[in-house]
Design a protein around this ligand. Sequence first.
Ligand SMILES: [Zn+2]
Length: 119
Amino acid sequence: MNQKLDLEKYKKQLIEEQERIMLEHQAMGANASEEGYELSDYDQHPADAATDTFMRTTDFAIDENYKGILEQIEEALRKIEQGTYGKCDRCGKDIRPERLRAIPYATLCIDCQESLERR
Ligand SMILES: [Zn+2]
C-alpha cells in the first residue's frame, strides 16, 4: 500500500488539536472531566483498541495526559516538516491512515503501541 498522506490536512488538524487542548486545559480548573475528551467523529474501530485504552485512562492524571499529548503533537508537527510523518517511531512502518485519522499525533503503529502497553 502506497500511503499518500495529505500532510497539510494533518498539519492543520494537529494545530487545531493543539489549540483546542491548550484552551481546554486553561478552562479546566473547576469542571475537570466533563468536557474533556470528545473524539466525536471517531468511529469505534475494532482493530484500534489502543484508542479505547487511551480514552479510559484520561480521567486520572489528566494533567500528565495533556502534557503528553502536547508533546506528541509537537513531535508530529516536527515529523511533518522532516517528511517522516505517519511512520512508526519504533518499527518504521507506515501507521495506518485510519489510526492517524483517529489520533493524528500517533507516533507508533498499532502493533508497537499494543506491545508497549502489554509490558
Ligand atoms: Zn511499529
